[in-house]
Design a protein around this ligand. Structure first.
Ligand SMILES: *Cc1c(COP(=O)(O)O)cnc(C)c1O
Length: 494
């Protein structure tokens, strides 16, 4: 019996390739595997694997409908010289904290880990399903997903990609990376609104039957590159396994020794992948969810109440400026005892009242998780502190993780070896990082600050943003949040 996929809100089972192509279920639920596969090789055997070999093994467990040959093509196409480190994911250890540097791909954020392989999954799946329609990848972004998806899908046959980003919610570098995107099938639109508006607009398009029918008649099928797609989640499990194995290889931990994981969290995709690694059998103890001042998840873990009725704050860790963490629905399914009706009820409350509460019995199943958050001042202070203590530069998101790691240590005294998901290059959020390190940022563009940050720290400027200020601006579309469907029609008619 090979592994199947079901929606968190119930319905019929699909195989993995159908789940990848659909992205999200008609009933609004997210696809999840009917069970989490276990690691069935000895750790000492996995120790000899490089990143690509490990990826083939782990992904193969989740996606049994791909042949070995197909998986090999996907993995080798994705994790190649686009990454500027031959390990793909290097680990930098500072005392008990081990930074899992997930940002060595084409767009300098961890989204590349999944989005460089998702297009391969999708094109392979389309071929296997013999699908004739062109796939339209709709993506809402808080800044990093958009660029990574554009890079991944550019000029991929049989696809068009449309990215919506909040005009005043991304860094100058992030925006410039997107609006200079090349490729015949790429479209970028700035919306007047925040990330939740963009994400709701995309979800609304997916759930609008008449809109989908209209597109289908024109030969288009919608799919998603957001982390609601299971094809994004699964490749993220790989690096947690890789992280564990490498700590073992370097002698930092003993075989079987438990570690903790800290993840700067927004949509809850990355940390959920860490949870899946634990369920696969990797000795992970606590999953530490680090939030910024948009601390809905912290409240949820400390009270059992999820409440999005609050203003979204724009922070210096913009990729986490989110009030609706979509992937939490996948965790809810699990902690509610695989009960789709309970999930439906809670999600109904969330969309009607913006809030739901879980009872104490369900809450007990959250013991693997710990949540805390960082203020803006704490983020700045942490960047400075880590630089001064270790001569190591971290970005604002990673700083949230490190600060919450310190809070966890203080709260609990639990000083297990810890993997910290390091999610972006400091150059992607240059202004905030430069300011935290004491560089005068007044009156300077982010582009100028890239050079100053490099001069001060001795860090080399990553080649993909070097001279980005001189690149030609290609995408100038703007729209209001209720005009997203119209602009999709327009872009597809061009
Ligand atoms: C997307 C992103 C996050 C949040 O990840 P989720 O999977 O949405 O929780 C954190 N840091 C950076 C730099 C990101 O781009």
């Amino acid at each position: 019996m090979s592994l199947k996929y079901i929606s968190t809100r119930g319905g019929k089972e699909l195989n993995s390739i159908e789940a990848i192509v659909k992205g999200i279920s008609e009933n609004g639920g997210l696809y999840i595997p009917t069970e989490i596969p276990r690691i069935d090789k000895e750790i000492y055997e996995l120790k000899d694997y490089d990143y690509r070999e490990l990826a083939k093994y782990i992904i193969g467990k989740f996606f049994p409908d791909f042949t070995e040959e197909e998986l090999k093509n996907c993995v080798e196409g994705a994790y190649d010289s686009k990454f500027n480190d031959e390990k793909i994911v290097p680990i930098v250890s500072k005392d008990n904290a081990n930074f899992l540097e997930l940002y060595h791909g084409a767009t300098l954020a961890f989204k590349d880990m999944a989005l460089s392989i998702l297009p391969y999954f999708i094109t392979t799946s389309l071929k296997k399903l013999n699908q004739k329609e062109k796939l339209v990848i709709l993506t809402a972004t808080s800044g990093d997903t958009g660029k990574a998806a554009l890079e991944g899908f550019k000029d991929v046959e049989g696809t068009e990609i449309i990215v919506f980003y909040p005009e005043s919610g991304v860094s100058q570098i992030q925006e410039r990376q997107m609006i200079t995107q090349e490729g015949n099938n790429t479209h970028v639109v700035g919306i007047e609104g925040n990330f939740d508006d963009a994400q709701n607009g995309v979800k609304e398009a997916f759930n609008n039957e008449s809109f989908k029918k209209e597109l289908k008649e024109k030969g288009y099928l919608l799919s998603s590159a957001n982390s609601i797609n299971i094809g994004r989640l699964v490749p993220q499990v790989v690096y947690y396994v890789y992280g564990y194995i490498n700590l073992l290889k370097e002698g930092r931990i003993q075989e079987g020794e438990k570690i903790n994981i800290v993840v700067p969290t927004g949509n809850f995709g990355n940390i959920l992948a860490g949870y899946y690694a634990k369920l696969m059998g990797i000795p992970i103890d606590k999953l530490i969810t680090a939030s910024n001042e948009n601390n809905v998840l912290y409240d949820f873990f400390s009270t059992g109440i999820y409440d999005r009725n609050r203003e979204l704050k724009l922070t210096i860790s913009p990729s986490m400026d989110i009030l609706i963490s979509s992937n939490l629905e996948r965790l809810l399914y699990k902690i509610c005892g695989d009960n789709p009706n309970k999930v439906k009820e809670l999600m109904g409350e969330l969309s009607e009242k913006g809030r739901y509460e879980i009872d104490s019995e369900i809450r007990e199943n959250l013991n693997d998780f710990y949540g805390n958050f960082s203020t803006e001042e704490e983020i700045e202070y942490t960047i400075k502190e880590v630089y001064e203590k270790y001569d190591y530069v971290i970005d604002t998101h990673t700083a949230v993780a490190y600060n919450v790691y310190q809070k966890y240590l203080k709260d609990t005294g639990d000083d297990k070896k810890t993997l910290i998901a390091s999610t972006a290059s400091p150059f992607k959020f240059t202004r905030s990082v430069a300011k935290a390190l004491g560089i005068n940022v007044e009156g300077k563009t982010d582009f100028e600050l890239v050079y100053e940050l490099s001069d001060k720290t001795g860090l080399e400027i990553p080649k993909n943003i070097y001279k980005i200020e001189d690149k030609k601006i290609i995408h100038k579309n703007k729209c209001k949040k209720d005009e997203m469907k119209d602009i999709i029609r327009e872009l597809l008619n061009e």
